[in-house]
Design a protein around this ligand. Structure first.
Ligand code: C5P
Length: 399
């Protein structure tokens, strides 16, 4: 049975979490409740223990199984972690990684998408700090179940009432279901820049940060895949749960990718592979003479095109086309020339998206000519869009 951790924070709407717990159980979930101290002023652990048949936690150091750290066990075992109701205080803490009680500690230790159902006074909900906390949480792929409009407990009118129980249950089911979309499937991703040495201390590279590759890996893990990332020297950290294979040059990336290819159903070329390398690499350090020098650059292998050529039928290959324009002609040509299933085009001339930015806007072009657009979003949200769109197409083409 799927397990949900139901976090309850100190809004008057805490009483509605009892109905939510019951409804989740009717939908087949094992429910483990966790209260903040403020929530425990409105509702009691005894109520949730009686309803769910599971221990209800409140204090960070509680251990229902002695010697086992409950915050880690619960975070790991959960198919979904929801906070309903989520107060302004809890949203701010989650946005900043503050983990000063059991609920926020479990939320921080959980690697899946959080589901957050805010409930508070309308003025608090409309405040800048709450808006920005929600923006940060959305950019990390948290699912926000927007509060309803109406009269809230303090008598004011406006947006702030906890969303309906069916809406919250739908969001939880969506996250739990999505967590299995790529279950049993293996994803191979190339990420980051490559470095092509000139001599022992200098190299040719590009502005890729590896943020998109890292987001694609994280998103594939959220959907249940086993993930291998072949990455150049990138600044952005990669998820610990991925198999990470570091390389430096395009030729090393090609060799590692070919070795890893068998057994993967999905391949994504998100690396900005240097198109050229130095024909000759000088040993030691090239000395300055004051005279002009000329060097010869020779073309590097096209890694993703080579993988497309070598892959078994049925493997889905997705490339990236970072172009200084929104025109899709070049992306379409690359898709065909490289023999890919799909290509994600992004316009790198638009400020704030693309290279080294935290946001992106993808246009997915498929081999049959159809197109899907993500709109401007965080790279993690773009990555989830890419996976969900590609999986939906794959399922459609199979049915
Ligand atoms: O041709 P262009 O470099 O613009 O193509 C971009 C796509 O091809 C990306 O998916 C990139 O990861 C991949 N690529 C590659 N090896 C290269 C050049 C590009 O895998 N040498």
């Amino acid at each position: 049975m799927p397990t949900v951790v139901l976090g309850i924070s100190g809004s008057v709407a805490a009483y509605r979490a009892a109905d939510l717990a019951r409804e989740l159980m009717r939908h087949g979930f094992t429910v483990r409740a966790c209260l903040t101290d403020a929530a425990a002023k409105f509702v009691t652990p005894a109520l949730f223990e009686a309803l769910t048949g599971q221990p209800c936690l409140q204090d960070t150091f509680e251990e229902p199984d002695r010697g086992r750290m409950a915050h880690i066990d619960w975070a790991r075992q959960a198919d979904a972690v929801v906070v309903a109701p989520a107060t302004a205080n809890v949203l701010a803490k989650l946005a900043h990684g503050i983990a000063d009680d059991m609920l926020t500690t479990i939320a921080l230790a959980h690697t899946g998408r959080l589901i957050l159902a805010p409930a508070m006074n309308p003025a608090m909900f409309a405040s800048d700090p709450v808006r920005s906390a929600l923006d940060v949480l959305r950019s990390r792929a948290a699912v926000i179940v927007e509060p309803d409009e109406g009269e809230v407990a303090c008598g004011e009118q406006g947006q702030g009432k906890l969303a309906s129980i069916p809406q919250i249950v739908r969001a939880i089911e969506g996250v739990a279901r999505a967590g299995r979309l790529l279950e049993g499937q293996r994803v191979l991703i190339t990420s980051g820049p490559t470095q092509e040495p000139f001599d022992q201390v200098r190299f040719l590279t590009n502005r890729s940060s590896g943020k998109m590759g890292s987001a694609l890996a994280r998103a594939a893990l959220l959907l249940g895949a086993e993930v291998t990332v072949i990455h150049g020297p990138q600044r952005e950290p990669l998820p610990m749960e991925a198999h990470r294979i570091p390389v430096q040059t395009a030729r090393e990336m090609e060799e590692a990718a070919f070795a890893a290819l068998p057994g993967h159903q999905w391949v994504v070329g998100a690396a900005a592979v240097a198109d050229y390398r130095f024909a000759q690499v000088e040993s030691g350090k090239h000395r300055r003479t004051g005279e002009p020098i000329s060097v010869t650059l020779v073309p590097n292998p096209d890694v993703v095109a080579g993988l497309a050529h070598a892959a078994e039928p049925g493997v889905r290959l997705i490339g990236f086309a970072a172009e200084p324009s929104s025109e899709l002609d070049v992306a379409r040509r690359k898709l065909a020339a490289k023999g890919l299933w799909a290509i994600a085009a992004n316009d790198v001339s638009v400020p704030g998206i693309g290279f080294d930015a935290d946001a992106n806007a993808l246009t997915l072009v498929f081999a049959d000519g159809t197109v899907a657009e993500s709109g401007r979003r965080s790279k993690l949200e773009c990555a989830l869009f890419l996976w969900e769109t590609c999986i939906a197409r794959q399922l459609n083409s199979q049915s």
